[in-house]
Design a protein around this ligand. Sequence first.
Ligand code: SF4
Ligand code: SF4
Length: 341
Amino acid sequence: MWDASKCDFCGDCLVKCRNVDYDKERAASEIKLLIEGKTADILDSCITCNACVDYCPTGADPANLIVMMQEKTMTGPIAINYKSIVDILVQGLEDDIGDSELLEGAPDKPVLSFDSFHFNQFPEGTLDSKLFKGMTVARGNKYMSLVGAVHMGGESLARKYGQKVIDRLAKLGKDIVYLHNEGYTLAHVKAKELDINVPFKYLHLFEYLRDYLKSNESEITKLNRKVAYQPNCAVRWFHKQDDWLDEIFELIGVKRASREYEGVNALCCSAPVILTDKELAMEIQKNNMEDIIDSGAEALVTICPVCDAVLRRPTTQFNLNKIFITDLCRMALGEIPWPES
Ligand code: SF4
Ligand code: SF4
């Protein structure tokens, strides 16, 4: 969450931003304008990649300031383009309506939260996998993480409706496993910032997968593969998930390829601008694919269904395997084969 008291106007956030070409003075003046509640050029240029959360040396969270101001001033192609969708989401949250599903599982198993996604946005067979067998499954608007709304000019949704979503999950009376890391971000990061009470135990998908694999190590056949990883932008709010991923890779015999666009330098998948600036989206995708090929990776591993969908076309075009993280674990467990090239 934006913390003005931590900002010393060093300008690092917007000097390092890949989407603008500011010097330190210009960068600092953009931040000053936003703090004063005024519009600024960055609101038009920001693609909501979240990278400046990492670029800021003081932890002031400039990305949050920017997305707050995009929504407040309705400035920038992202906020304008997605306004009608945010309005529909808000109406659904206000009126408790919208498309949602709850599939009851075994009483002793946790809930698997699909956030607002549809089942078919995850790989075929996910729910039948031994990884998740018997779990209660919740999906749809009632259980949406809300934090991803920053990519649509809806920064305030987590603040306004976060407690409502958490309360619905709490009513299920079980531990929650978040299949999408933005749900985990709401419970673990935004809840603390926004004073939201989370009265249940929750796990990130990577924690759950790591624990499952550790408990079933005898069933694993090491894959002996080298992969590149496409983090989704929620990793900027919580980096520990990257350590959990490394533990998963170690357990299943996967090596993470060394890339230029890795960690702090990771590229956005391009989803926020796919409708508003197609040329920029194509350029980001091309840079990403070429970097993966240069790294010698045999596949790209994804965690987010949005990144996964957006990267379907470029991975096909560049003849790269793309594997969702749950499928990668299923391969090591012998449930599905490594994809043909
Ligand atoms: S969120 Fe990304 S695009 Fe927006 S200002 Fe920060 S680094 Fe630049
Ligand atoms: S938000 Fe952080 S990086 Fe940006 S000007 Fe302030 S202190 Fe510097």
